[in-house]
Design a protein around this ligand. Structure first.
Ligand SMILES: NC(=O)N[C@@H](CC(=O)O)C(=O)O
Ligand SMILES: [Zn+2]
Ligand SMILES: [Zn+2]
Length: 346
């Protein structure tokens, strides 16, 4: 018997589209299945002002192939020099839906991020006042902190103090990777949500390191122990509206991944929905897939659920290309390590 599942069209609440030739190659991979996405601003140079976000949005829309629709929800990259008035105007016009905090040095293109959190106090207060969410890459950058502990330490030393000091600030903990992250979200019932990636539901740190180093499984925050992956799976499939999908699909060319100092990021846009359907089936939670991919995110951001749908069909194994070709070089598609049986019709 063929099994089918029709859900409201998904959105991606954390996506890297890059620019130029890479943008043109990866955008259709997301637009095929997703209606909207929160677009990460970590370009070189970063998207800091409202005018830069408007220009970037126009470049995204002009890269969209004929016949495809997609609504890029723009963000600003928070720097110590961000102008609260420019930010508020970009929010009031409907252009931006969030501001992104990168601790300086935490991840790809984060050098312009925040070192001294006192310097962004006025911006954060303005955001709390106008209801503009802060999306957070939650890792400390102190060199003495072990890379596997950086998320938990960030929650204690940075995130919790910021939230206490800024009542009403709405925060999305992006790409959480730990039980600590899940528990922090669950213990606060106001103004807090978290995105979970597809790959962190599938891999733990053994997948990166056992039997040879796998550069295409290296991303930040780095995948943790199995107990953390299981906590993420329980959170994603448990129906709690504070958790929603942000794929963090982050394309880097194979040349930049398969090298002595490889870039961080997994490219998952192409096969994310097939992988997620399998994960939710394995957890006996197919009825909760729509909440995670299509309902909880809009609820957090105060946006309507999409009125179009996608239909997933369980059948013979579905094959996706191993790589996509871009004008900058090949980009490897994330390999979940298990066969996929759910195909997506739109
Ligand atoms: N997740 C990653 O490993 N990489 C992202 C940056 C980020 O989201 O931290 C990228 O821009 O490549
Ligand atoms: Zn990040
Ligand atoms: Zn990201």
């Amino acid at each position: 018997m063929t099994q089918t599942l029709t859900i409201a069209r998904p959105d991606d609440w954390h996506l890297h589209l890059r620019d130029g030739a890479m943008l043109r190659a990866v955008l259709p991979e997301s637009a095929r299945h997703f209606a909207r996405a929160i677009i990460m601003p970590n370009l070189m140079p970063p998207v800091v002002t409202g005018a830069e976000a408007a220009d970037y949005r126009a470049r995204i829309l002009s890269a969209l192939p004929d016949g495809m629709t997609f609504d890029p929800l723009m963000t600003l990259y928070l720097t110590e020099d961000t102008d609260p008035e420019d930010m508020a105007a970009a929010h009031a016009s409907g252009l931006i839906k969030a501001v992104k905090l990168y601790p300086a040095g935490a991840t790809t293109n984060s050098a312009s991020g925040v070192r001294d959190f006192e310097k962004v106090r006025a911006v954060l207060e303005k955001m709390a006042e106008i209801g503009l969410p802060l999306c957070v890459h939650g890792e400390v950058t102190d060199s003495e902190i072990d890379i596997f502990d950086r998320e938990a330490v960030f929650i204690d030393r940075v995130l919790d103090p910021i939230r206490r000091a800024t009542p009403g600030l709405r925060v999305v903990m992006e790409h959480i990777t730990t039980r600590d992250g899940v528990e922090y979200v669950k213990s606060h019932d106001r103004d807090l949500g978290a995105t979970i990636t597809t790959h962190h539901l599938v891999i733990n740190r053994n997948h990166i390191l056992v039997g040879g180093i796998k550069p295409h499984y290296y991303c930040l925050p780095v995948a943790k122990r199995e107990e953390h992956r299981l906590a993420l799976r329980a959170a994603a499939t448990g129906g709690d509206a504070r958790f929603f999908l942000g794929t963090d699909s982050a394309p880097h060319t194979d040349a930049n991944k398969e090298t002595a100092c490889g870039c961080a990021g997994c490219f998952t846009a192409t096969n994310t929905l097939s992988i997620l359907a399998q994960v939710f089936e394995d957890e006996g939670a197919l009825d909760r897939l729509e909440g995670f991919t299509s309902r909880h995110g809009p609820a957090f951001y105060g946006l309507p659920v999409n009125d179009t749908t996608v239909t997933l069909t369980r059948g013979d194994a579905v094959r996706y290309p191993r790589k996509i070709i871009t004008g900058e070089g090949e980009v490897t598609v994330f390999d979940p390590g298990f066969p996929l049986y759910w195909s997506v019709e739109t």
